[in-house]
Design a binder for this molecule. Structure first.
Ligand code: GDP
Ligand code: IMO
Ligand code: MG
Length: 423
């Protein structure tokens, strides 16, 4: 068993990119298994901030292979920009970044369809990142999609044209007004395709089979968060892939019995960007304070993230769905300076007290039940040793461990690689 997983347990943006970067020296291969450029994974070290959307977060470490798995959807234009942003770091992309032939391609018209769909929904829009994720996965499951392997087929422009024509008819069907210049979009797309064609494509399931046989250590990097899972998230306000542990098996072609550690990442509080229920959301000064100290602005869209208290009902649900073996708590530093902190342990739901995450989570049906814990007044950002963490923070962590029955093995106290404490 040589594969570990790292997953977000909330509604995304838990800090996955930072921790994958921190853990990469322990691995030979880092692999993304689902999602696409809707992800924004932030890494900070040596005074520089990097945001990755498609490229796995192990790319800055020498001697480590990064794989974009078959479960990922790739926008060539965004991938090209990411590669160009890496130019100053002299990374051998052709050797260090491998792409599954079975990964699907996001076309410009997928992005247009995403927009048309959201516009047609009006107030009940998903709050999509508008990167074309949903329409691309729809083509995948509808068995119409184009894949990276199709770029090796001389007929690709025709395949592209056929699918694009279909998309244009679908856009008309939505009956909304979209302002776009297809010719310009296509020029940009095919220019990016030319670059992507120079990269290394692999049959990733075969690659992983042999890598495991050779005893290589593999870390699968999740995108989004468990509560955005297409099956188990707060549907329909979710993304279009399985963000939980099962997604790693189908998104890489690895067997479930090869998975060892499942690392679940969560913020010490909760955030969400886009629409959908959020039982512990705060609409007051406390929520504003968390958003301000935590700089809760989306890494992909620049949208403000909604903020609230830690929700252990949702967290336990995510832990159970993926068989999480260890927890990693992010952004503990942001909760400095609160006299007391609340943690939700159960919900009042339709006249009952429940401890599980129910089918319908519309805010009007749910009232969180909180336990109040003492806060701390100590800047954590320079702390290098676990023993120097304030007692109140340790009590906060112990409470989470007791409620979830999973150990916390890492606490993050700042955005930088170095601001990471291992237990
Ligand atoms: P991801 O999508 O899960 O990789 O997370 P994002 O990069 O979208 O969002 C996490 C944000 O929090 C980024 O801006 C990180 O630089 C920042 N960050 C990560 N860990 C910490 C931490 O422990 N403390 C603080 N203050 N910021 C953090
Ligand atoms: P990372 O990997 C936070 C949200 C969007 C929207 C819903 C559907 O950085 O944690 P989509 O574009 O997938 O159709 O959007 O999912 N969403 C994310 N929220 N972090 C992400 O990724 C997200 N990816 C998608 O805001 O509510
Ligand atoms: Mg993010």
């Amino acid at each position: 068993m040589a594969i570990d997983l790292l997953l977000g347990l909330q509604w995304g943006d838990e800090g996955k990119g930072k921790i994958v970067d921190v853990l990469t020296p322990k691995y030979d291969i880092i692999a993304r298994f689902q999602g696409g450029p809707n992800a924004g994974h932030t890494l900070e070290f040596e005074g520089i901030k990097h945001v990755l959307h498609t490229i796995p977060s192990g790319i800055f470490h020498p001697n480590v292979i990064n794989v974009i798995g078959n479960g990922v959807v790739i926008d060539p234009i965004i991938l090209k920009k990411e590669i160009e942003a890496l130019t100053p770091f002299h990374i051998n992309i052709k050797e260090r970044l491998l792409i599954s032939r079975k990964a699907h391609i996001i076309l410009p018209t997928h992005r247009l369809l995403d927009k048309a769909s959201e516009l047609s929904k009006g107030k009940s829009k998903i709050g999509s990142t508008l990167k074309g994720i949903g329409p691309c996965y729809m083509d995948k499951t509808g068995r119409n999609g184009l894949r990276i392997g199709d770029l090796e087929n001389a007929d690709f422009p025709n395949l592209y044209h056929k699918l694009t024509q279909k998309h244009l008819a679908m856009i008309d069907f939505y009956g909304v007004t979209l302002d776009y210049n297809l010719k310009e979009l296509e020029e940009e797309f095919f220019e990016a395709i030319n670059l992507i064609k120079t990269l290394t494509f692999i049959d990733s399931e075969d690659f992983f089979y042999h890598a495991q046989k050779q005893g290589k250590k593999i870390l699968a990097e999740g995108a989004q968060g468990s509560m955005l899972d297409i099956d188990f998230g707060t549907y329909p306000f979710v993304t279009s892939s399985n963000t939980t542990a099962s997604g790693a098996c189908t998104g890489l072609g690895i067997a479930p019995n090869q998975i060892k550690n499942v690392m679940g990442i969560f913020k010490a509080y909760t955030t969400r960007v886009g629409s959908g229920s959020f039982p512990t959301e705060l609409f007051d000064e406390t929520g504003d304070k968390i958003a301000q100290i935590g700089r809760e602005v989306g890494a992909t869209t620049g949208r403000k993230r909604r903020c609230g208290w830690l929700d252990l009902v949702a967290l336990r649900y995510a832990i159970h769905l993926s068989g999480v073996t260890q927890l990693m708590m992010m952004k503990a530093d942001v909760l400095n300076g609160f006299d007391s902190l609340k943690i939700c342990t159960a919900y009042h739901y339709k006249g009952e007290t429940i401890h599980h995450f129910p089918y319908g989570t519309e805010t009007e049906n749910i009232e969180p039940i909180y336990t109040e814990l003492k806060g701390w007044h100590k800047d954590l950002s320079d702390i290098k040793n676990v023993h120097d963490l304030p007692n109140e923070l340790m009590d906060y962590i112990r409470f989470i461990e007791k409620e979830t029955e999973v150990p916390v093995t890492l606490v993050s106290v700042g955005a930088d690689r170095k601001q990471t404490l291992l237990f």
